[in-house]
Design a protein around this ligand. Structure first.
Ligand code: SAM
Length: 359
């Protein structure tokens, strides 16, 4: 699971053109706040860290959170706009809901605890020689993430016309199961997978049935609802996974995919060993809106996954000594399985092959 440090790295490097740059530059001392940080910076490393965190948190407090729930509608085709639903609250449905607010408050409290953050920092430095960041987070019980609340999930299901049965849910790449826990009570059986052993322990502790990462679709299923949240850009074979997702849905079932956009894959445990995926998901275009269209038209549709509803949310990650929390733009798609036409099939396969060659 992407931890605070990973989220920050993504914001700084891969998403340099987004609003979140201000966030990164604030922290690294390039923005307006950064200038004041340069002109006055306390002596002593701890004082400096605390001062920089205060500056970063001031920037977060002033950030217009309505942007988290909005898209530039002028850049989206009309037929796709019809599928968009807002997931924020308030009169314009563009404010964080209660669950997101609770996550932010808790995250700020934890990030302000000096003993806790010092312990995390020391343990991370020592453990990073042996295990992945996700596993370190799992062991330390830190770096929790928030995607959606139970109410937001039900809104997505309602808008997609899903009326049940609510027999089985599987959350693939579930991390510590924090998001799974928001929706688990709606289902009779809750399954989960994760490639990181400490995350699997965390999932088992929450009493979810943990399936094997390779054989999950043989061990159980088909499933009424499949969650694939922020996994396609973190797993080694996203194209293979998407095809499996389609065939593992029960009749009338729903697949919920969340993806951080702009797309920036980073694989912790993969065959290539260089953090690049073995299979390339052919997401086209640079901006968020262009990539949404590309995903719906060029990736989901050709393999028989029809988009019924989509929306946008912040992907929130617990903070650290750098700032109280981190956020990225997360786009959520609710999909249903459809028969695949021969033409679409060729298109998808050819696309995958031509892009694989480039890697
Ligand atoms: C960015 S985190 C997302 C966690 C959670 N789904 C969420 O949205 O907060 C990606 C997770 O996928 C896991 N992962 C990566 N490749 C995987 C695979 N092939 N199968 C299952 N889990 C995988 C990682 O260990 C990590 O916990």
């Amino acid at each position: 699971m992407a931890g605070a440090d990973e989220a920050q790295e993504v914001v700084r490097c891969a998403y340099g053109c987004q609003d979140t740059t201000c966030n990164a530059s604030n922290v690294s001392g390039d923005g307006a706040a950064g200038r004041s940080v340069r002109s006055y910076r306390p002596h002593g490393s701890l004082a400096r860290v605390l001062y920089d965190k205060r500056k970063a948190d001031e920037w977060l407090a002033a950030y217009d959170k309505r942007k988290w729930y909005r898209v530039d509608k002028s850049k989206i085709r009309e037929d796709l706009l019809d599928l968009w639903i807002p997931l924020g609250t308030g009169p314009n449905a563009d404010q964080p809901d209660k669950a997101a607010e609770i996550f932010l408050v808790r995250s700020a409290e934890r990030s302000d605890s000096l003993p806790l953050q010092t312990w995390h920092s020391l343990a991370r430095s020592a453990l990073s020689w042996f295990i992945s960041r996700t596993s370190i987070n799992g062991l330390l019980g830190r770096g929790s993430m928030h995607v959606f609340s139970s109410e937001q999930f039900q809104k997505l299901m309602d808008a997609s016309g899903f009326t049940g049965p609510w027999h089985s849910l599987v959350d693939l790449g579930a991390g510590d199961g924090a998001t799974t826990a928001h929706v688990a009570h709606l289902f009779e059986k809750v399954y989960a997978t994760d490639i990181s052993p400490p995350m699997r322990w965390a999932l088992a502790k929450r009493k979810f049935i943990v399936l094997d990462v390779e054989r999950w679709h043989q061990e159980a299923g088909p499933f009424n609802v499949i969650l694939c949240l922020n996994l396609l850009d973190r797993c080694d074979r996203p194209n293979t996974l998407l095809r499996l997702l389609r065939t593992s849905l029960a009749p009338g079932g729903r697949l919920v995919v969340a993806l951080v956009l702009p797309f920036s894959p980073y694989v912790e445990v993969g065959e290539r060993g260089n953090h690049k995926p073995s299979e390339c998901l052919p997401v086209r275009g640079n901006g968020l809106e262009t990539q949404i269209i590309s995903l719906i038209d060029r990736i989901f549709a050709p393999i028989g996954l029809r988009c019924l509803v989509w929306s946008k949310l912040p992907y929130l990650c617990e903070g650290d000594l750098g700032q109280s929390y981190y956020f990225l733009d997360d786009v959520i798609f609710v999909l249903e399985a459809q028969p695949v036409s021969t033409r679409s099939c060729n298109f998808a396969v050819n696309d995958g092959v031509s892009l694989r060659r480039n890697f």
